[in-house]
Design a protein around this ligand. Structure first.
Ligand code: KG4
Ligand code: ZN
Length: 328
């Protein structure tokens, strides 16, 4: 079964073709970082305009790389939220038009569900149930996943998402957008114990909070004559990673499930991957994470989740509308 996935939820225009829900035949992404870099964050209007320019070339490239045409597709899976409404509209309108013109079934996929299914694109796949930690620019949440379509939210951020904290700290340090990869790189040469930044563990809860940490970095930078950027990066990163790993450990204990997945853009972080693997080894827990290129937004994960929906008969109408705040 061949599924074309489309994701335009944020600032990446992406299209991918997946076979039988797990084998990637193509995964094309047009990244907009260059456009948004000078603003220190995504400018929604510029993102939508760039999606309009890139959607057809990217879909065309995905089909061409897979050596397929529309008539080979079982369905088209499109991300309809959550995300930036103008960006989502481009992907949804394009997918609806293509489905209508080529008489192909349409499937709607929640972006978070896509992230949950990204580890299934790797060779070794998790069994159910598992604890899913999604850490991205827009979300930081823990779910218990009992099966496809059976998700129980265990915790979520009360303010900033982890990736958002990375991006905001990067902006205040003058390091540009996106902040995650830059801080990750700088932190390799910094001392994580140089500055003690606060960790909001929020006892009794699996929720997260990163806004206090961001403010603490701001106060530190303002109070220092010549702040050591590498040490700030490493110390900030240590605070984020400590909280993410500790909370995942709590979720494992609470739910008595010794299997975890890690996904979303921040899952590409080298320190988080290392620390999560170490914790998993100590606690004898199985851990599954997608390769770094499948952590950040991509349409392969949308196609993977879309394949399950198609098999379950969840076909969307051509009146499908995107939703900016779409719960899982
Ligand atoms: O999943 P994603 O591509 O988009 C959303 O769904 O939000 O995640 C993007 C986020 C950005 O905030 C970016 O700074 C962060 O992922 N990110 C990282 C790394 N690579 C990307 N954060 C920490 N370390 C990284 N290596
Ligand atoms: Zn995402």
């Amino acid at each position: 079964m061949l599924v074309l996935g489309i994701d335009t939820s944020c600032d990446d225009t992406s299209a991918a073709v997946i076979e039988n829900g797990t084998t990637i035949l193509s995964n094309s992404i047009s990244n907009q970082s260059e456009i948004h870099k000078k603003y220190g964050g995504i400018v929604p209007e510029l993102a939508s305009r760039r999606h309009i320019e890139m959607i057809w070339p990217v879909v065309n490239e995905a089909l061409k790389t897979a050596g397929l045409s529309c008539k080979d597709l079982a369905c088209i899976a499109v991300c309809h939220g959550p995300g930036l409404i103008g960006s989502l509209l481009v992907g949804c309108s394009f997918a609806k038009a293509l489905c209508y013109a080529k008489k192909i079934p349409l499937v709607a996929v929640n972006h978070l569900e896509g992230h949950i299914f990204s580890p299934f694109l790797e060779k070794t796949k998790p069994d159910y149930p598992f604890i899913a930690l999604i850490v991205s620019g827009g979300h930081t949440c823990l779910y218990r996943v009992d099966d496809f379509g059976k998700y129980v939210e265990l915790g979520r951020t009360r303010d900033d998402a982890a990736g958002e904290a990375y991006d905001k700290v990067s902006k205040l340090l003058g390091l540009g957008y996106p902040g995650g990869p830059v801080i990750d790189n700088l932190a390799r040469d910094g001392n994580p114990d140089a500055i003690h930044f606060p960790r909001a563990y929020l006892p009794e809860s699996l929720d997260f909070s990163f806004s206090g940490l961001k403010t603490a970095v701001l106060h530190y930078v303002k109070s220092e004559m010549s702040p050591a950027i590498k040490d700030i990066a490493a110390s900030f990163q240590a605070a984020v990673v400590d909280v993410l790993v500790r909370k995942t450990e709590w979720a494992i204990r609470k739910e008595r499930i010794k299997r975890i997945t890690l996904s979303g853009g921040v899952a590409a972080n080298s320190a988080l991957r290392q620390k999560m693997l170490k914790m998993a080894e100590e606690k004898e827990v199985e851990v599954y994470m997608p390769s770094v290129s499948l952590c950040t937004d991509n349409a392969a994960m949308i196609a993977a989740a879309g394949c399950h929906h198609f098999k379950a008969g969840n076909i969307a109408g051509l009146d499908l509308n995107p939703v900016a705040y779409l719960p899982l």
